[in-house]
Design a protein around this ligand. Structure first.
Ligand code: DCP
Ligand code: MG
Ligand code: MN
Length: 331
């Protein structure tokens, strides 16, 4: 869950580091999603630069970096630190909220409630389990493991095992690992699995033998899935472990109708910043895009019938957005 702000070795990683920290602060402490998005966008823009930025002025020329953020970059270049970050570090309440939101399932609102009740550390949480729901209890149980990034090679091994189990159940499933893994990242925070099946068309995970197809699929993952956070008709959240000597990992599985598969792959591949950029572009071209379909917006402002889509490229083509390979979708 916790993002490593100094991920990889890009020449602007110091700037990315404090921008990601400010983003998390805005999301978790101030609950200001607008500022959260702005900081995240700025960090991803800087991370994609081939050279270290030399001044606030230079930063401001980049798309996605405005006046306030460029001033922070200038302050950091001049003084080697940021007063705003120091103030946050000295704010005990902010620190407590930031710590508690590292537990999977604990959001900003819950964290603030807990801190109000005097619960400020993970140890405090362990003594007050009655305050936590099922998801939060799982988050606490695997707290240390979920903080660890998942190397690509381990996800590949999980992919192989998962496919073997799923195809043993029904060889007509299609399984795609999406998220940061599909974007080529060397390590990931969790594993995002997209599943589809030709018998699933036009919405609704058809029930078979009184239970949903997704539940049947997950029930067949014995030996890989070790805990369930939540199980819906189309969305599973849980925990898997490849072998005893490896950490427990967060696993998300989505089951999508085959005619919505490409929109689902696009969405689930991300990044979240890329999805926002692409959806904004779609709107500018008169389309509304989500994880299910692409629809033209008529003159009345009402979305029309979904556009038929046969590949990810189709979606880019329709909204006249130059195609980006998954590895180019990190911003
Ligand atoms: N997603 C999104 N908006 C969100 C959350 C998710 O568009 N608020 C989409 C894009 C993400 C994908 O779902 O890439 C998977 O979500 P994750 O939280 O698993 O994010 P990543 O896989 O990109 O990164 P990580 O390595 O942290 O898991
Ligand atoms: Mg992920
Ligand atoms: Mn995920």
């Amino acid at each position: 869950k916790r993002k490593n702000p100094r991920e990889s070795t890009n020449p602007n990683s110091e700037f990315c580091g404090f921008l990601m920290e400010l983003a998390e602060y805005e999301k978790n402490v101030n609950r200001n999603i607008h500022k959260y998005n702005a900081y995240k966008k700025a960090a991803s823009v800087l991370a994609a630069q081939p050279k270290r930025i030399q001044s606030g002025e230079e930063a401001k020329k980049l798309d996605g970096i405005g006046d306030k953020i460029s001033k922070k970059i200038e302050e950091f270049i001049q003084t080697g630190k940021l007063r705003k970050i120091e103030n946050i570090h000295n704010d005990e309440k902010a620190q407590a909220i930031s710590m508690l939101t590292r537990v999977s399932g604990v959001g900003p609102v819950k964290a603030a409630e807990l801190v109000k009740d005097g619960i400020i550390t993970i140890e405090d949480l362990k003594k007050n389990k009655q305050l936590l729901n099922h998801h939060q209890l799982i988050g606490l149980k695997y707290f240390e493991d979920f903080e660890k990034k998942i190397p690509r090679s381990e996800i590949q091994a999980i992919e192989n095992k998962l496919k073997a189990l799923v195809f043993d159940l029904d060889s007509n499933f299609t399984i795609t690992i999406c998220g940061s893994f599909r974007r080529g990242k060397p390590e990931s925070g969790d594993i995002d699995v997209l599943a589809t099946h030709p018998s699933l068309k036009l919405g609704g995970a058809k029930k078979k033998h009184g239970e949903t197809m997704l539940k049947r699929l997950v029930d067949h993952l014995e030996g890989l899935v070790i805990d369930v956070i939540s199980m819906g008709d189309t969305k599973f959240m849980g925990v898997c472990r490849l072998s005893d000597n490896l950490p427990a990992r967060r696993l998300d599985i989505r089951l999508t109708p085959s005619d919505q598969y490409h929109c689902a792959v696009l969405y689930f591949t991300g990044s979240d910043v890329f999805n926002k950029t692409m959806r904004t572009h779609a709107l500018e071209k008169g389309f509304t895009l989500n994880e299910y379909y692409l629809r033209p917006i008529g003159s009345t402002g009402v979305p029309g019938e979904p556009v038929p889509i046969t590949s990810e490229e189709d979606i880019f083509d329709f909204i006249e957005y130059p195609y980006k390979k998954p590895e180019e979708r990190n911003l």
